[in-house]
Design a binder for this molecule. Structure first.
Ligand code: CP
Length: 312
């Protein structure tokens, strides 16, 4: 097994297909480990990893910590809310202090787009992006692609619709980069003002008609409607959004077709997705969560277990 072509894992914009394939293949290997009675391997024994979360997270944070522990790494969790950042310490000083404690890898989530690239200039350690503002969330896209691959046995030619607020979604952007690289067909669907101008240049289709998209797609990846944006008028009302773009039971019943339902979480049940759909037979939302642990084990393993010189 080889390593990845880059030192860090910052985004999928320039991640080659070979790396994506390797991460998914290794992810399936680690999925088997997670099904064993003893769910642990010694691959990263002696490695030190710090998880820096400057923004709230449930899935990504727990998933990284579990992945690191399953690989036998030593793990430190840093929470901004209980740190000296509250006393005015800068991000640079914070991470340089952490790095002085001889960390091999830093996993970071931060609300500022581009902050992850900045981090690579402050530390020598391997840096992994756990979500940087509205920019990228590459490990989420990797677990999404692994879950689609698990379902269909391939990514090439699979029709994936990403539905919702594309403009503010790091999950959408990383999925677009990864899926297009792997030869999937991608359609974006949502209110016109929530689809970025010129996004078609990335090789995606655009639709404003959710029913046409459901007819076309093999997979619906449904994004969270960020309630905090409703207050500032970006989304007029929950009822209007649900009626135009919500994946409701009634809407799915009308189409009478097999379709895989995905959601990165956290979900707004009754807004972008009905509970009966989220908990229904076509949904693979909890499989995504399990694959998240496996794919993060894969990324950590491929980045940390090789000592070769790599492109930064
Ligand atoms: N999907 C995702 O990033 O969820 P969290 O914000 O809970 O990590």
């Amino acid at each position: 097994m080889g390593s990845l072509s880059r030192k860090h894992f910052l985004g999928l914009k320039e991640t080659p297909a070979d790396d994506i394939k390797k991460i998914i293949d290794t992810g399936f290997m680690f999925r088997e480990v997670l099904d064993r009675p003893v769910k642990k391997v010694p691959s990263l024994t002696g490695m030190n990893i710090v998880n820096l979360f400057f923004e709230n997270s449930t899935r990504t944070r727990m998933s990284f910590e579990l992945a690191e522990k399953r690989l036998s790494a030593d793990v430190i969790n840093f929470s901004a809310s209980s740190s000296s950042l509250k006393k005015g310490e800068t991000l640079k000083d914070t991470v340089q202090n952490i790095h002085a404690m001889k960390m091999d890898a830093v996993v970071m989530r931060h609300s500022a787009p581009g902050s992850i690239l900045q981090l690579t200039k402050f530390v020598d350690a391997i840096v992994i992006n756990a979500g940087d503002g509205t920019h990228e969330h590459p490990t989420q896209a990797m677990l999404d692609m692994m879950s689609i691959h698990e379902k269909f046995g391939k990514l090439k030619g699979i029709k994936v619709a990403i539905v919702g607020d594309i403009c503010h979604s790091r999950v959408a952007l990383s999925n677009i980069y990864g899926l297009i690289t792997m030869g999937a067909e991608v359609t974006l669907c949502g209110p016109p003002h929530l689809l970025p101008v010129g996004i078609e240049e990335l090789g995606v289709n655009i639709s404003y008609n959710i029913d046409e998209v459901i007819e076309w797609a093999d997979v619906l990846n449904i994004l969270r409607i960020q309630r905090e944006r409703m207050g500032i008028g970006i989304i007029p009302s929950v009822r209007e959004y649900r009626s135009s773009f919500g994946i409701t039971q009634e809407r799915i019943n009308q189409h009478q077709k097999e379709i895989v339902i995905m959601h990165p979480g956290p979900m707004n049940r009754g807004v972008e997705i009905d509970s009966t759909i989220a908990d229904g037979e076509q949904a693979i939302i909890l499989d995504q969560v399990l694959n998240g642990v496996a794919v993060r084990m894969s990324i950590l393993y491929l980045l940390l277990s090789q000592g070769e010189e790599k492109e930064a």
